[in-house]
Design a protein around this ligand. Structure first.
Ligand code: THG
Length: 367
């Protein structure tokens, strides 16, 4: 049997041993690490997330730290959303674009101090990007990837579990609000956040040598609440309308096309990478957009391996980016990145390797 495993170029999560003990059955490479993507019980993993609490190794969400007197200026140059009003101890969902106005990441930006920010990034080499932009603009700043590894607790009972370990003060955190914490001498940042719409927290481990300990503390505390392992859940995230950068986007995708326009401030100065191009895209009008689709196909199939062509009235209109069996709807649902004439209610056909599948376009989110 061939295997993919950690090596010196495919870095090990501090929670790796813990996830192996939990019975992880699949990984996906992400930010030169491995992200658990299955524990072999998709139905139970989904149920836990919607009704209880799930524990996720999301250490692949690396932090790019920007530090020094120019940190705020550089962080703004890298973000197409106005970050000037973020308070200490708060985060914001902040799209990043290249000079063409094409989305290159959708991080959560955390403001730690006046002179210190973290971009909590999705899958792309933002460390390289941030250093290159800083150097080319002659901006001096410390730009590093610190030893910080998020673990998520997601689901309606996550708050009770986190409060039972870190105290009731976590209950008063606002969405994306965060604070320092410590348990058994393990340094953490705790934030109300996470890649689901079921509520929850992320615990940013600040000492990579203590991943198993941290995992077990929350695993133990979660027993009365039925905690179990999971991972960013494709069914829940599509039902809820969350974007997967790189999964639902290609090398042409602007934030406007994928419903992130409300996080773009076109009146930011021209020096912000992507803003001049985004103004042009905005003036030119939207040509593609992301919409939902429900397929007639009643068979539960594994997730997409690639994008599939989509036709409306026999003409190709774009692609189906991701699709998944939805327990909520009892059908395959997914996203289409298609021309803007394709609207909710329209009938389309998706050309998969196993056949043509008819479906109906719907709004995002699905419920
Ligand atoms: N956790 C952390 N960082 C991350 C991710 C994460 N960085 C990369 C990747 N995941 C980014 N993706 C998202 C996408 C959406 C949200 C969080 C991370 C999110 N969105 C809310 C929504 O869309 O409703 C709120 C957005 C808002 O309006 O501010 O929470 O999982 N640390």
């Amino acid at each position: 049997m061939a295997e993919i495993g950690p090596n010196t170029r495919l870095r090990v999560s501090p929670f790796y041993e813990a996830t192996v003990r939990e019975g992880v059955t699949g990984f996906s490479p992400y930010n030169k690490m491995l992200m658990p993507v299955s524990y072999g019980h998709p139905q139970a993993e989904y149920e836990r997330l919607l009704t209880g609490v799930a524990q996720w190794d999301v250490a692949v969400e690396r932090q790019v730290e920007i530090k020094g007197p120019n940190a705020a200026a550089l962080a703004q140059i890298l973000s197409v959303r106005d970050i000037s009003k973020i308070e200490f101890g708060m985060g914001r969902y902040v799209p990043m674009c290249d000079h063409r106005g094409v989305l290159i990441n959708d991080p959560v930006l955390l403001k730690l101090e006046e002179d210190r920010y973290w971009f909590s990034i999705g899958d792309n080499n933002i460390l390289l990007w941030a250093r290159a932009i800083a150097a080319e603009r002659g901006i001096e700043a410390e730009i590093e990837e610190p030893d910080v590894s998020p673990m998520a607790l997601q689901g309606p009972k996550a708050e009770d579990v986190v409060a039972s370990v870190l105290g009731d003060r976590v209950r008063s955190l606002r969405y994306f609000g965060f604070d320092h914490a410590e348990i058994n001498g393990i340094p953490l940042i705790v934030q109300r956040s996470g890649y689901s719409k079921q509520g929850g927290f992320e615990l940013y481990l600040l000492d990579g040598s203590r991943g198993s300990e941290l995992w077990d503390i929350f695993r133990e505390a979660g027993q009365p609440f039925g905690i179990g392992p999971g991972n960013p859940n494709p069914a829940e995230r599509i039902e809820s309308g969350l974007l997967s950068f790189g999964g639902d986007t290609d090398d042409q995708t602007t934030p406007f096309e994928v419903r992130l326009g409300k996080y773009v401030n076109l009146d930011l100065p021209d020096e912000v990478v992507g803003i001049p191009a985004l103004r042009k895209h905005h003036a030119g009008g939207l040509k593609r957009h992301l919409v939902g689709v429900k397929l007639e196909d009643q068979n539960q199939r594994p997730g997409h391996l690639r994008w599939y062509d989509v036709e409306k009235n026999g003409t190709r209109v774009g692609s189906m980016t991701n699709g998944v069996w939805s327990p909520r709807f009892g059908k395959t649902i997914g996203y289409l990145l298609v021309t803007t004439d394709v609207q909710p209610g329209d009938r389309v056909e998706v050309l998969r390797e196993d056949g043509r599948f008819a479906g109906t376009v719907s709004d995002i989110p699905f419920y």
